[in-house]
Ligand binder design. Structure first.
Ligand SMILES: Cc1cc2nc3c(=O)[nH]c(=O)nc-3n(C[C@H](O)[C@H](O)[C@H](O)COP(=O)(O)O)c2cc1C
Length: 178
C-alpha cells in the first residue's frame, strides 16, 4: 500500500503541547499507512489581512498553501482557548479561504482540551464553509485531554485510544486508502 501524505497541524504552539503529543501518537499508530509531516510554522505566519491576500502571497503563506494543497489529507489537533479556536490556528486557516486549498481536502479534526466543545463546534463550521471533506468519523472531541495523553506521546486512556484508532481508519479511507 502506498502511504498517504498527511500534513498535521497543532493548534497549540506550546513546546510540551498535549495536541502535539497526540500528533506524535497518531504518527506512530498510523506509521504503516500515513507519512505525517508536522507543520510547526503556524505561529510564524503573518496576521491575515485581505490587503496582503494578493499575488504573490507572502512567502510563508505560499509555503503553507502548497503543503496543504499537496497533502492527501490534513490532520488538525487543537485545544480550546477562552471558549474558541486558538487565534494562530484560525489565522492560518483564514489564509486559505480565497485560495481554496482545503476545498475537497480530506480532513480529520481532533479537539483535545480541558473541555473543548465550543472550539470543536466552531472549527467544524469553519471547515464546512471552506468545503473540507470531513465526516462524523474523522472528527473527535477529547475532553480532559491532559489526563489521557502523556508527555511521552502515549494515549493512556483505553477508550480514547480506541476512538483515535477508529478515526485513523476512517481518515485513511477518506484520504484514498482501500
Ligand atoms: C489562555 C487559555 C485559555 C484556555 N481556555 C480554555 C477553554 O476555554 N476551554 C478549554 O477546554 N480549555 C481551555 N484552556 C485549557 C487548554 O485547552 C488545555 O490546557 C489544553 O490541554 C492545552 O492544549 P495543549 O496542551 O496542546 O497546549 C485554556 C488554556 C489557556 C492557556
Amino acid at each position: 500500500m502506498i502511504k498517504k501524505s498527511i500534513l498535521a497541524i497543532s493548534g497549540s504552539t506550546r513546546e510540551k503541547s498535549t495536541n502535539l503529543n497526540l500528533i506524535y501518537a497518531i504518527k506512530e499508530l498510523a506509521k504503516d499507512i500515513f507519512d505525517i509531516e508536522i507543520f510547526n510554522e503556524i505561529a510564524n505566519l503573518p496576521q491575515f489581512n485581505p490587503d496582503l491576500d494578493i499575488d504573490p502571497a507572502p512567502q510563508t503563506i505560499s509555503v503553507f498553501r502548497k503543503k496543504v494543497k499537496q497533502a492527501d489529507g490534513v490532520l488538525i489537533c487543537t485545544p480550546e482557548y477562552a471558549m474558541g479556536v486558538p487565534g494562530t490556528l484560525k489565522n492560518a486557516i483564514d489564509w486559505t479561504v480565497s485560495s481554496a486549498e482545503f476545498s475537497k481536502k480530506p480532513v480529520a479534526l481532533i479537539t483535545a482540551s480541558s473541555m473543548g466543545e465550543k472550539a470543536h463546534a466552531s472549527l467544524l463550521e469553519t471547515l464546512k464553509i471552506i468545503e473540507c471533506n470531513i465526516t462524523d468519523d474523522t472528527q473527535l472531541l477529547i475532553s480532559f485531554a491532559q489526563t489521557k495523553i502523556n508527555s511521552d506521546a502515549m494515549i493512556t486512556d483505553n477508550e480514547t485510544l480506541e476512538q483515535v484508532k477508529k478515526l485513523i481508519f476512517s481518515f485513511s479511507k477518506l484520504a484514498g486508502n482501500e
